[in-house]
Design a protein around this ligand. Structure first.
Ligand code: HEC
Ligand code: HEC
Length: 174
């Protein structure tokens, strides 16, 4: 289990000293500030014990939108800080689980026959341009792309537009 999303950075830095190293770190900084792909992180760090993230999230006990822990420690963020997530990603992962618990499993049922899961769909299909999600290939908005998608109803477009946008923000951390 390793935290490195793009292999090779540490390897490439090894052996660099002085100005070259500083330049390299300066160039790497913006990428790190953007945050990890939370769905990748889950699959890398949590899935082996907890399975699929949204199925796990829906099985937990929630009260007024907050997780009620089985563990006696009480506060979920406090629990997670002493559990497996990297410190910087505790809150983002908790927000992801919150959102997943509040979302019915419609992607799997209505889209899963043709698409693996929402995270892998948006990882390739969606990019952020000036903070707004657009389709990577055509530059269309997500709602325009869904409007052109064969076989989807208006109600499905209304539901899945915001869902894909939320998942895209979890994957491509702005
Ligand atoms: C090696 C196995 C393992 C890994 C890896 C793991 N967990 Fe856990 N997790 C557990 C166990 C066991 C519990 C139950 C702990 C307890 O209640 O004492 C738990 C409990 C939890 C709970 C609370 C569940 C509840 O019902 O109260 C959350 C939330 C959670 N884990 C999130 C994560 C996240 C996020 C990650 C990845 C960053 C992760 N876990 C990685 C084993 C693991
Ligand atoms: C019957 C199969 C099928 C079902 C069901 C299906 N899709 Fe698709 N979807 C496709 C195919 C095939 C493509 C690729 C089409 C293309 O790129 O022209 C696609 C592409 C997409 C794209 C990318 C569009 C782009 O412009 O890149 C999105 C987003 C999408 N689907 C969302 C959904 C959602 C949300 C659902 C469920 C409500 C869904 N799809 C259900 C077959 C399906």
């Amino acid at each position: 289990m390793r935290l490195r999303q793009r292999p090779g950075l540490t390897t490439r830095l090894r052996g660099l000293t002085g100005p070259a190293l500083i330049l390299c770190l300066a160039m790497a900084a913006p990428a790190r500030a953007a945050g990890l792909d939370l769905h990748w992180l889950w699959d890398d760090r949590c899935a082996e014990c907890h399975g699929h993230s949204s199925e796990f999230a829906r099985r937990l006990t929630w009260r007024s939108g907050e997780l009620v822990l089985a563990h006696p420690i009480g506060d979920p963020l406090h629990f997670l800080r002493h559990h497996y997530p990297p410190a910087d990603e505790v809150e983002p992962l908790y927000r992801m689980l919150q959102a997943q618990a509040a979302t019915p499993p419609r992607f799997q049922v209505e889209c899963g026959g043709c698409h693996d899961n929402a995270a892998s769909l948006v990882r390739n299909a969606i990019r952020f341009r000036d903070g707004a999600p657009v389709m990577a290939d055509s530059g269309r908005s997500v709602s325009d792309a869904l409007a052109m998608h064969r076989g989807l109803t208006e109600e499905q477009r209304q539901f899945f537009g915001p869902l894909l946008t939320r998942v895209a923000r979890e994957v491509h951390r702005p």
